[in-house]
Write a protein that binds this ligand. Structure first.
Ligand code: AMP
Length: 205
């Protein structure tokens, strides 16, 4: 394939069979370790919202290591070509994971942040709209590139649906959307599942 690096995979590749002993599931202890490293901040950014603060998780080498080791084990058999992270906390987990998997990282950014030609997607908020963008050549024009979408948290799922739609718009395939935290009492996970498989490490009900 012209311009393809030695490490690039065929675009139509299907995930390889999973290694029988791969630690796909977190142990109860690892899950508890990760969960306890996430700080709840009540009434931020407004009254009634419990903000899930992942800075305390990033600052805990053991918990962050357990999380990233688990994600690497889960995704190394997916035949991924890229990891795409959502602005801004998705960049932290996504870039680290892409590097661990030996593949490229792509940022999905809020409007007017990316310098080159972009494709954009609007989505509804409770009041008004927001917009996310991706570089038009983010996946190096490789049609059908296999992409994992990642963010720290899914709430209503609006941001993630827009991001998955951008991946599709530039000709790649979102093979799964991964979130460290899923707010299961909202409808976001269910709605996103209509367009891509969803994996959440920690579910909050
Ligand atoms: P949504 O589009 O409603 O799924 O919102 C997801 C985005 O908002 C993610 O990028 C999260 O980082 C952020 N977010 C929404 N709710 C929370 C929350 N309770 N705690 C932390 N981040 C949140």
């Amino acid at each position: 394939m012209p311009g393809a690096s030695k490490r690039s995979r065929p675009w139509a590749a299907v995930p390889q069979p999973r290694c029988k002993d791969a630690p796909m599931r977190l142990s109860v202890d690892q899950k508890a370790l990760i969960e306890s490293a996430i700080r709840d901040v009540p009434d931020f950014p407004q009254p009634g919202i419990v903000f899930k603060d992942i800075t305390t998780l990033l600052n805990d080498a053991e918990a962050f290591g357990a999380l990233m080791g688990h994600l690497k084990a889960r995704y190394e058999t997916y035949g991924l070509d890229f990891v795409a992270g959502i602005d801004a906390r998705g960049f932290i987990f996504g870039a680290a994971l892409a590097q661990m998997l030996g593949i490229g990282f792509v940022p999905v950014r809020k409007k007017n942040k990316l310098p080159y030609t972009t494709v954009s997607e609007k989505y509804s908020l409770e009041y008004g709209f927001d917009e996310v963008e991706i570089h038009i050549d983010a996946f190096k024009d490789k049609r059908g590139a296999r992409v994992l979408l990642i963010d720290d948290l899914i709430a209503t799922g609006g941001t993630a649906r827009a991001a998955a739609s951008l991946i599709d718009k530039v000709g790649a395939e979102c093979v799964e959307a991964c979130f460290i935290i899923g707010l299961e009492f909202l409808e976001g996970i269910g709605k996103l599942t209509e367009i891509t498989p969803v994996y959440t490490v920690i579910g909050v009900d």
